[in-house]
Design a protein. Structure first.
Lengths: 182, 182, 182, 182
DNA sequence: GATGAATGAGGGTTCATTCAT
DNA sequence: GATGAATGAACCCTCATTCAT
């Protein structure tokens, strides 16, 4: 009878909380992320926060872990269909210019994650694995050096395009990927 | 015997506080940066924090402004002696492999800054100016596209080398800078 | 042995806090009323203050609202049994010489309230309602002018008797109420 | 050469500070009266506050003392020309309806003062003297009882007229003063 | 299992006051 | 004498966390 329906039998509350945590981090930064804000964003009672997570730390770690997972799998999806060197070039260009980076949300999260991971050793493996993905795929088609460098190049382009208003176009990316992999 | 010395008439305390703030940010992140921690790091009384700065916001902004300034001027120093295209190549390689990035401190700060600036529009200009420096110098020797891309490449290398344990060597950087600027 | 008892599930804590707030205001003035002092007076943890009240402002407003309520209802009790003009005279005299004003507490609070209300428009309605009560009752037995004036007279007597040591006696009050209502 | 002229040889700075203190009290209440606000209102350096006054307490006391003085002397001026009983009646009516009470400033100050004096015994004598003034003059023309009561009546009228929007008119005051002094 | 009322540590900030100049 | 830079105590308030239900 009350306006606020009781909320029971909700299997993936934990998941929803994690997603909401990422939203809150994107909006307020890790600095401004509080149990209260996340609870409200996820529409769960405050008590649920420490019921599902041992503490703020655990929540942040899981949130960033999920972020890394999500991005990794997107990247993987882009890369795993690759058969030829030319497809590899195309895939890496696609990724650099992906829609994913059009919204600032993901990049902000990536920066927050990076800064956070630098202080939270437990996140390092996840981060390294993520960063290793493209190298893994790329090294099937190019040398190891080229793979590393291509990877770094893409990261740089993404960062550059978000931070600066002087964008690098798809054509420019294409041109230089050609040069790097000639 | 370390009694609390009276501490008056100390010029450039403001400066010391800003430096300490950067130290604290590097260690605890913006999230964990508090007046109390900074005050202790700078060895000034708590009251000094809001005496010298209108509030936490102002302190963070000035800290990041200084960071941007410091890095900018280092970068400028590296680049301004450049006369020939070959020197430009060398300078950019030097910068990518600079000692500056050996300590995680600066990179962590750069990430915190970036994430913070994304939410603090007042920091954007400073950040953009910083990011534009190398492009400015590089475009005197290469085309505009190449300048942008070189810049992104260097950022990517730096980031890659900090985040991943699979480092890109100086030789590799050199090789690919050659290719990009051929 | 006065260890700090655990103190949960205590109904009407909010009420006790409000009462304690009035005590503190009476003793230290609004100027000297702090969360800490009230918390100690009410024997509740400091955190309870802003848990039960959005802020100091809300606490003060509720405290003064209660004061007005309490006094209003006492006044009403005194007046509502009145049937005849003579009873009305008696009631107003009773009120002027009421025990309520023997303790300075209530008068001090009344002054603090008045001064506070002058700057806090949200309290005005409550204050006006309070001031209108006796007029309402009195005007059933005397003219409107007389009601207003009787009201003012009583307020003046009360104030005078608290502030000055040269008291107005009950007999004197009686005599002049007779003259005013003759 | 600076825009802010040095301020020297200013004989009555202390006085100006006291006046400004009353302004600040009227605007913010004793609760909101700080050295900084008074210093700004008086346009004196902050350091002057504790140079001229031992502390906030002393400042408040002197401010309220001056308030009492000012009001007393105005009252005295109104009353001292009185020769006949009729003039005394007129004078007291004038005072009750005086312009002084038209501005809320003075009444607010009076309330703040009263509340403050109740807690600051050192102000009591001043307050009693003030309250005794009109009685002194009035008792030359009426009986002691009547004098006391007239005094209280006037105070009540003033208070009523400020606090309530249901004003007592001059005619009504006149009518009841006649009754009280018949 | 799940909740939300309750707590107290610690946050940013203000301010009366001190004291070297 | 007069100042204002400097201090630290105390302010209000937020929040992660606990625990009785």
């Amino acid at each position: 009878m009350t306006t606020k329906a009781k909320r029971r039998y909700e299997p993936d509350r934990r998941d929803r909380i994690i997603d909401s945590a990422l939203d809150v981090i994107a909006q307020y930064g890790v600095a401004g992320t509080t149990h209260r804000r996340v609870a409200e964003a996820a529409d769960v009672p405050l008590g649920a926060m420490t019921y599902y997570f041992k503490g703020m730390e655990e929540l942040l770690q899981e949130a960033f872990a999920r972020l890394a997972d999500t991005m990794s799998s997107q990247l993987r999806t882009t890369l795993e269909a690759v058969k030829t060197k030319e497809q590899a070039r195309q895939a890496i260009i696609d990724w650099a210019c992906s829609e994913m980076w059009k919204s600032k949300r993901n990049l902000i999260l990536a920066f927050e994650l990076t800064a956070f991971a630098a202080r939270e050793p437990s996140l390092r493996p996840q981060l390294e694995r993520w960063m290793g993905i493209s190298e893994g795929y790329l090294s099937q088609h190019f040398g190891k050096s080229t793979a590393k460098v291509l990877d770094a190049f893409v990261d740089g382009v993404v960062m550059h395009n978000i931070m600066s208003s002087n964008h690098i176009t798809r054509d420019e990316v294409t041109e230089f990927v050609q040069k790097l992999t000639a």
